[in-house]
Design a protein around this ligand. Structure first.
Ligand code: WT7
Length: 645
């Protein structure tokens, strides 16, 4: 049985799309009817993009965990909600049924209450990919606390910045996390982040690696002790009672930090009802999920993909979601295929960078792996090159599984432009058509809609969206003006994505990449300004400029041009010192791939760095660097070209 709002034919897609644009309020009300509301909304949509103010299902009352868990218990109580696959294949897999998930989430919600967490409080979660991370996220949602998950690759300094920005008073973490053959000492990183901190009241520590941790009296408590205590409070005679807090549709659900073109990451805020409807609707339609299917999204819950398509989308649909603790190449490059085989995965959702990395191991890791349960394949995070697309289609899907190329962003909550598996046509390298409710258009620098095709018959421009869909961000935490200037002020009355795109005569979109100073490294967004700030913090660095360059596996690599004062040791040692600084300031995920020492940077007379030139050089271009006569010192270009790494 399809879901009532599931699109099952191309014709229905066109009809639903049309209706979603012509009468959005009745269209989304019909979808929203399929959720559990304590009280229905008064108004489906109110908005303007000038403030911006966006309100969906205003006046509605609900709790998202009742939609993700409680309402499924009667029919699906014993069905797996999460299949947890540990880093080490020798370790025990854990099947978390809806009943078990209910109990654990209630228990942890009680733990939060016992530790003084109240509705609206911000709880920072810094954990590995263990089931307890899901209980922590959903436990927050159950009592209306705002979760802010921080990916395990961020440094103590990054955590401290985020804690401060979110004004968080509570942290949930692990002693350590396993990732491949590495142990990451999460609690000790948290301890570094908290040196001198006086606002954090409680740190709850789950034991995963049993690495030695320092537990500060009065501040740090063990997850296990707290859970045991809470169990007695929420369970009597095998009945679990832990009421969910009634929330307003527009109350914030979570904050997730993401990089932009300025130096400081911004806290993207999603609100409850719209995000719930959007993640559910896009999950069911993009992947054509059918009850009983096993869905495997390989992302980390530290990113939006994990929030939307490991937890909220699949769970709100009563689905079964695989949560994987490890990495694609541990213990070997056949790990994904083992998981697909063992757990009879029907839908696999991963990133181009993972596909390219696995491609480089050839077909041996696929030998003996039964992938016949697969029905749908998906990708997300960056443009997928055709070679990787075909490899995925041929060798994983055996040309029987539609490949969905899903374009979206942290700010959009769920997929916006994508084909729908088997329903709308795929086109390799193209994200294709907008979801119902999404009205994309391409504009030129002046915000004028592009209507004239280029020589290839394609429209080319900056990708904007005309009207809100339920999953759009509502604000950036603590700084609404920043939300306005970042997304709604570049072009009047439009949401600007920061991406460039092409559009063909059939209405398909192809995303070409960021048009702002943001890099996409292995599907992770990182701003050049943020990187330069980090590099410039290193003693000895006088100035730096960072650009992206094409990288076979990562999609983009980080190329840093650095003006350095006096070196202690040789260039190679100095590079390592700079890496160390960047790891401290941002985290290991921001490590530059290449550092070229230069004596000057190409600047205009007004002092602006000409990144265009640096990008071309990093890309291996030596001839057509464009007009360099306006540079303050054109001679520097020759030097940079000669020193290219
Ligand atoms: C940026 C958003 C959305 C979850 C993962 C990344 C790029 C994302 C695609 C795609 C081409 C893509 C865009 C976008 N991007 N998906 N299918 N094709 N580009 O989330 O960190 O918020 O980054 O990722 O440039 O703006 P994010």
């Amino acid at each position: 049985m399809p879901y009532p709002y599931q699109i099952t034919s191309l014709e229905q897609y066109h009809n639903d799309y049309k209706r979603s644009v012509e009468e959005p309020e009745t269209f989304w009300a019909d979808v929203a009817e399929n959720f559990y509301w304590r009280k229905k909304w008064d108004r489906v949509l109110e908005w303007n993009f000038t403030e911006p103010k966006i309100e969906w299902f205003k006046g509605g009352k609900l709790n998202i965990t009742e939609n993700c868990i409680d309402r499924h218990l009667e029919k699906l109580g014993d069905k797996p909600a999460l299949i947890w696959v540990p880093n080490d294949p020798e370790d025990r897999t854990r099947i978390v049924t809806y009943n078990r998930l209910h109990k654990r989430v209630c228990q942890f919600a009680q733990v939060l209450i016992n530790n003084g967490v109240q509705k609206g409080d911000r709880v920072c979660i810094y954990m590995g990919m263990v089931p307890e991370l899901s209980y922590a996220v959903l436990g927050c949602a159950r009592i209306g606390a705002i979760h802010s998950v921080i990916f395990g690759g961020f440094s103590a300094q990054s955590i401290a910045d985020r804690l401060y920005d979110a004004q968080a008073e509570f942290i949930v973490t692990c002693d350590g996390a396993y990732r491949g053959n590495k142990d990451i000492p999460l609690k000790s990183i948290i301890d570094d982040a908290l040196i001198g901190n006086r606002t954090i009241k409680r740190v709850i520590v789950y034991t995963r690696t049993r690495t030695p941790v320092s537990m500060l009296k009065g501040r740090d408590v063990w997850w296990e002790d707290e859970m045991e205590h809470a169990e007695a409070q929420i369970e009597k005679d095998n009945v679990i009672t832990m009421p969910a807090t009634e929330m307003d549709a527009e109350d914030p659900l979570f904050i997730l930090y993401t990089s932009g073109s300025t130096g400081k990451p911004k806290g993207v805020v999603h609100s409850i009802a719209g995000y719930m409807v959007w993640t559910n609707y896009t999950f069911v339609n993009t992947f054509q999920y059918k009850p009983g299917d096993v869905f495997f999204c390989t992302a980390d819950i530290g990113w939006i993909t994990g929030h939307s398509y490991i937890l909220y989308g699949p769970l709100s649909a009563g689905g079964t979601s695989v949560m994987f603790e490890g990495v694609p190449t541990f213990p070997d490059a056949g790990r994904f295929w083992d998981i697909v085989d063992k757990h009879k995965v029907n839908i696999l959702y991963t990133a181009p960078t993972a596909i390219r990395s696995l491609m480089s191991y050839g077909l041996d890791p696929l030998k003996g792996k039964d992938l016949s349960t697969l029905k749908v394949l998906g990708t997300v995070g960056e443009p997928i090159n055709e070679e990787a697309w075909h490899w995925y289609d041929d060798n994983i899907g055996k040309n029987k599984c539609p490949v969905v190329d899903t374009w979206w962003q942290t700010e959009t909550g769920g997929t916006l432009i994508t084909n729908m598996a088997g329903v709308t046509p795929a086109k390799p390298g193209w994200a294709t058509l907008p979801m119902p409710g999404v009205q994309p258009l391409l504009v030129d620098e002046n915000g004028k809609e592009v209507t004239e095709p280029n020589a290839d018959g394609l429209l080319k421009g900056n990708l904007c969206i005309k009207a809100p869909w339920p999953g759009i961000l509502r604000t950036t935490y603590g700084d609404h003006e920043r939300c306005r200037t970042n997304y709604f002020a570049t072009y009047e009355n439009l949401y600007f994505t920061g991406d460039g795109a092409l559009k063909d005569k059939d209405g398909n979109f192809r995303i070409t990449g960021r048009v702002d100073d943001v890099l996409n490294i292995s599907g992770h967004r990182i701003g050049t300004a943020e990187l330069e700030n980090a590099i410039n913090m290193h003693a000895g660095v006088i100035e730096s400029a960072v650009v992206g360059y094409p990288h076979d596996i990562k999609g983009q690599g980080i190329y840093a041009y650095v003006i350095y004062g006096h070196m202690h040791g040789d260039e190679e040692q100095t590079r390592k010192d700079i890496f160390q600084t960047v790891s401290r300031v941002i985290g290991a995920i921001a490590k530059p791939d290449k550092i070229q020492f230069v004596t000057g940077l190409p600047k205009t007379r007004s002092g602006k760095i000409m990144r265009r030139i640096l990008r071309k050089i990093a890309d291996g271009e030596t001839e057509n660097l464009g007009d360099i006569s306006t540079l303050l010192d054109p001679g520097v270009v020759e030097e940079i070209k000669n020193g290219k790494l």
